[in-house]
Design a protein around this ligand. Structure first.
Ligand SMILES: Nc1nc2c(ncn2[C@@H]2O[C@H](COP(=O)(O)OP(=O)(O)OP(=O)(O)O)[C@@H](O)[C@H]2O)c(=O)[nH]1
Ligand SMILES: [Zn+2]
Length: 373
């Protein structure tokens, strides 16, 4: 359990914070034939596995515990994902072999989504209520792919989540060339490497390989994650679990949450949340072991444009249906940038935007055409 700092956990919420999501069929009260669940407690979903929802209740209090719940029948069609804040009723003791009932999902601040691939219109919720998306790539072994980073950036901008780029294994390869692609985005970039100095952070990967990481990047990352909910995303082998363990290590050895999530390797492929060690209340790291790709069929180009406020007004002069991408003719963004409205970095920002717009997304008018065929 974390300690110190101001209390910002779920403890300060009351029932009015737990809102029922708008009902498509109108707002027929659900309280008519069942109790109003006034006794419900709020839980934070840390993982989902075969219809069982694992939640943390009474976060950062002495009574903090892990409660397993099943979804109430009326929520059968509502996906519940890691990071969701939910109302739980029934047996919320968290004792072995008890099962609570999940009766409400709190309105989400953000929702990270993906489709299985660019042509699959079915979007899946991945993580709810995240503040930032930490995109983890290795400088080498495996080779970094800008396509993956770009797609993750698009997914983050689409979800209204702040992206952050973490490059590992800088001891193997100087990542300067890779990073040149991203220096004109509003993006925190953290570069991590191994080190053999006495202050190196000792950690292990999920498979048990130990590593010594230079403390600067670990400290920097810790500072950026403090008090926030962060999703970590990266391909296998980039050093994600090595980093996660460096950040959560102390906590995995103790604490209630550990009982469910931290015993050796997590076997489920779904996202799961871990509490960071020695951090402010509300600091959560959500790992996404099963996610190797980001289908973007659901993404709206307007939301990507919104992440470029210096450029977005330039599209006022575009013709209807303009895709603003590399193939666009008479795109207003060209004039906007040429006439200096977006400042000196305008041209490189525009080419970054266009690269992202080409990462496989719908046109602003909502046609089903993809940006990349
Ligand atoms: N040289 C170097 N090796 C590292 C660094 N970080 C991690 N590694 C090593 O890279 C290998 C893969 O690291 P993991 O943490 O298992 O990678 P992962 O992303 O969790 O991979 P999966 O568990 O397959 O998802 C391990 O042998 C680590 O010790 C680094 O900064 N530099
Ligand atoms: Zn345009």
């Amino acid at each position: 359990m974390t300690s110190g700092g101001s209390r910002r956990g779920t403890s300060s919420w009351d029932e009015s914070d737990v809102r029922i999501r708008p009902n498509k069929k109108g707002s027929r009260p659900r309280t008519k034939d069942r109790p109003a669940h006034e006794d419900a407690v709020t839980g934070r979903i840390i993982t989902v596995d075969r219809g069982r929802y694992t939640a943390v209740v009474d976060e950062d209090q002495a009574t903090e515990r892990v409660v397993i719940a099943a979804r109430a029948r009326e929520l059968r069609r509502s996906p519940v994902v890691a990071g969701d804040l939910v109302a739980l009723v029934g047996d919320v003791s968290g004792e072995p072999d008890t099962l609570a009932r999940l009766v409400r999902i709190q309105e989400r601040r953000t929702l990270l989504r993906r489709s299985a691939d660019d042509t699959d219109p079915v979007e899946r919720a991945v993580v709810a209520n995240a503040d930032q998306l930490v995109i983890v790539v290795a400088a080498a072994n495996p080779e970094p792919r800008t396509g993956f980073i770009d797609r993750a950036l698009v997914a983050a901008y689409d979800a209204g989540i702040q992206p952050l780029l973490c490059v590992t294994k800088a001891d193997l390869q100087d990542p300067a060339d890779l990073l040149a692609n991203y220096e004109h985005l509003d993006l925190h970039i953290i570069t991590s490497r191994t080190a053999s100095t006495p202050d190196a952070v000792r950690t292990t990967s999920a498979s048990g390989t130990s590593a010594l990481l230079a403390p600067e990047a670990v400290a920097q990352l810790k500072g950026l994650l403090d008090g926030r909910v962060s999703v970590l995303l990266g391909h296998s082998g980039v050093g994600k679990s090595t980093l996660v363990n460096a950040l959560t290590g102390a906590n995995r050895a103790t604490g209630g949450v550990n009982a469910v999530t931290g015993r050796g390797r997590h076997t489920s492929s779904s996202a799961y949340a871990l509490k960071a060690a020695d951090s402010a209340p509300g600091t959560w790291i959500i790992d996404t072991p099963g996610i190797r790709s980001f289908g973007l069929a659901h993404v709206d180009a307007d939301r990507i444009l919104a992440a470029f406020p210096d450029l977005a007004p330039g599209t006022d002069q575009c013709e209807r249906g303009c895709r603003h991408d590399d193939s666009a003719v008479n795109c207003g963004l060209d004039d906007w940038v040429e006439s200096g409205h977006a400042g000196e970095s305008g041209p490189v920002r525009l080419s970054s935007l266009r690269r992202l717009l080409g990462a496989g997304i719908e046109t602003p008018q909502g046609s089903k055409e993809l940006g990349q065929q």
